[in-house]
Design a protein around this ligand. Structure first.
Ligand code: CA
Length: 366
């Protein structure tokens, strides 16, 4: 073969190979199907929490036209409930769902992104995360663990809990055995109580037999399902310890970063949509369940006395300062949280708070 002929032929071959690649590359990308596993911290079928994770997977599949297919495993089905963080971090699975306060032992700074005693309500935490820099900080906290977090739900303001005796003053917490996790538990311990950690399935029996004197769980919808009204007489409010718990979906960072942009946007959008769906489900379900608890089961609703709440609030502030001293990141997150709370505090008190105070009585009676 002459040199010129050779160049011509190979040149044409190379050009045609490039053309083939240019045509087929987008087609190959578009066809790529991701099959993932998602593990959660929740029991199977737990309303809104586990069903929300299942809904998330279903919506992602629909929105991506089947390009991302996620198989969901409840707590214990593939990994233990509290093994979710490590399973996603290590890449054993691609996605997880739970609440960031479960990882406090590993990552103290994570606690501020789920529930802070006397902290934000759902509106406040969403404002902080989406519009006040909170989510960027959360990403920084999880980055060393190869994780990308997104808010995926909110329980709304929780209830204060079920007590077998009346709680009149802060002194009544002395010696009280209560099942209450997280930062709220640390506050109860400061007040002289004994914090008892129990798996979900053992709480009712322990309360009924007096092994514990009190428990908190979630709100009326989930509390009704647990039957706590049969084991404790007094149902206290408000849930000062979890005033709007944010739930999370976590992605393995390498997996998430390697996705094309459109799929990242879909994952983020479905997480955001699930966040709103979850809060709406909680608000509607809690309203109906509260009516049932009062009218059918004759449950006594009691508001924690103001001086008792004030004592708890002071102890919560001390607890948060102690937690913030655990590492540099916790301090950074706590300071950002406090600054945002200050920024929105006055607005909240003359908007939401003032409006609720005006309508509160009428709202309940209409
Ligand atoms: Ca709770």
């Amino acid at each position: 073969m002459k040199r010129r002929e050779f160049i011509q032929k190979t040149g044409i071959a190379a050009a045609s190979a490039v053309a083939t690649a240019a045509i087929s590359a987008p087609a190959v990308l578009a066809k790529k199907t991701y099959r993932w596993k998602m593990v959660t911290t929740w029991p199977p079928n737990l309303p809104v929490l586990q069903t929300g994770a299942v809904r998330f997977a279903k919506r992602v599949k629909e929105a991506t036209d089947g390009r991302i297919q996620i198989q969901v495993f409840a707590g214990g089905e593939l990994v233990p409930p509290l093994g979710v963080f490590d399973a996603v971090s290590s890449g054993t699975v691609e996605v997880g769902s739970g609440a960031s306060y479960y990882w406090a032992g590993k990552v103290p700074a994570a606690q501020w992104f789920s529930a802070v005693p006397f902290g934000f309500n759902p509106q406040g935490i969403n404002a902080w995360l989406y519009s006040g820099g909170g989510l960027k900080l959360w990403e920084q906290v999880y980055a060393p663990f190869n994780l990308i977090p997104r808010p995926q739900g909110n329980t709304g303001v929780q209830m204060g809990g079920w007590f077998r005796k009346k709680m009149d003053t802060i002194e009544d917490f002395k010696g009280l055995k209560m099942r209450i996790p997280g930062l709220g538990g640390k506050v109860i311990a400061k007040a002289g109580g004994t914090v008892v950690l129990l798996p979900g399935g053992e709480i009712f029996t322990s309360l009924e037999r007096g092994v514990i004197d009190a428990t908190e769980w979630v709100g009326p919808m989930h509390d009704l399902r647990m039957g706590f009204y049969k084991a404790a007489k007094y149902y206290y409010y408000p849930g000062w310890h979890e005033p709007g718990t944010c739930l999370e979906v976590i992605f393995n960072k390498k997996v998430y970063d390697s996705l094309p942009k459109d799929l990242k946007i879909i994952l983020d959008a479905v997480a955001m949509e699930t966040n709103l769906w979850s809060l709406s489900e909680f608000e509607a379900g809690n309203g109906a369940a509260l009516q049932e608890l009062i009218t059918r089961h004759k449950v006594k609703l009691i508001r924690f006395p103001e001086p008792l709440l004030e004592e708890l609030r002071k102890m919560a502030q001390e607890t948060l300062e102690e937690e913030a001293n655990k590492d540099v990141m916790s301090r950074k997150v706590h300071e950002a949280f406090k600054a945002f709370k200050k920024q929105v505090g006055l607005w909240g008190s003359i908007s939401e708070n003032a409006y609720y105070n005006v309508i509160a009585d009428k709202y309940a009676l209409e």
